[in-house]
Design a protein around this ligand. Structure first.
Ligand code: KIV
Length: 271
């Protein structure tokens, strides 16, 4: 029997066990109750309340504007829907960098006010103090390396990271450090598949990829992208399982037509 099928609640230890047994970890984003309920019922292992909510939910161009209060609102909505999955919440930009006391306060607020099970933070050795201080409070931390959207203005583009040897070596070093600091898993975003595989083989903690090939321990996608609700961009790594932009648009048009034609509501739909 697979670990995935056996467990009633996914914990960080379950994820470690899945890696040990070579069982892939499936992770998706959610920002609201209804979506989280569907995803959890489908049997997902990890739900990420990503700061991609800034783009997907609020329509911002980057992940930078979303606030701690907004993340807590999204996380609490998700948590109310979850029976089985581990729920990890992104610490938003400006709430943990360069000030470990503030980082700890931010993480505690997320855990206390939303009921989430862990936090995710972008960066390597530059956020060591914040990671270690959060861990002292017993809060599980997931790392995030490679394309780190909170640093978009430093890099300037959303292109593949760590293609050059020097950056690849630095990423591998950072990944080892995140494991040494005590992170329970890391996300690798948009890096060459060979490098991601090397990181996953080097670390004992689970490595979850997005645009990082199949040689890692699990995969994560932004739910609204994989459902085809968003349609403005099509990165190579994105597999669309539905085209909801199209089918929702059709449904909305049909509803509008029915209202205008006085076809909705009919007698059976009225009291
Ligand atoms: O915010 C997010 O959705 C993420 C994933 C892309 C990993 O960090």
């Amino acid at each position: 029997m697979s670990v995935h099928k056996e467990v009633k609640k996914v914990t960080t230890h379950v994820l470690q066990e899945m890696k040990r047994k070579g069982e892939k970890i499936a992770m998706l984003t959610a920002y609201d109750y209804t979506m989280a309920k569907i995803i959890d019922s489908a049997g997902i292992d990890v739900v990420l309340v990503g700061d991609s909510a800034s783009n997907v939910m609020a329509g911002h161009e980057t992940t930078l504007p979303i606030t701690l209060n907004e993340m807590i609102y999204h996380a609490s909505s998700v948590i109310r829907a979850i029976n089985r999955a581990l729920v990890v919440v992104d610490l938003p930009f400006g709430t943990y960098q360069g000030n470990s006391k503030e980082a700890l306060n931010s993480a505690i607020r997320i855990m206390k006010e939303s009921g989430a099970h862990g936090v995710k933070m972008e960066g390597g050795k530059e956020i060591k103090d914040s990671i270690e201080r959060i861990l002292t409070a017993g809060i599980p931390v997931m790392g995030h390396l490679g394309l780190t959207p909170q640093s978009i203005y430093k890099f300037g583009t959303y292109t593949v990271r760590a293609k050059e040897e020097e950056e690849a070596e630095r990423l591998l070093e950072d990944a080892k450090l995140l494991e040494a600091y005590g992170c329970f898993a890391i996300v690798l975003e948009k890096i060459p598949a060979a490098l991601a595989k090397k990181v996953a083989e080097t670390l004992t903690i689970p490595v979850i990829g997005i645009g990082a090939g199949g040689g890692v321990d699990g995969q994560v996608l932004v739910t609204h992208d994989m459902l085809g609700m968003t349609h403005e961009f099509s990165p190579r790594f994105l597999r669309r399982y539905l085209n909801l932009y199209e089918s929702m648009g059709q449904a909305f048009k049909q509803y509008i037509g029915d209202v205008k034609a006085k076809d909705f509501p009919n007698e059976q739909e009225s009291y």
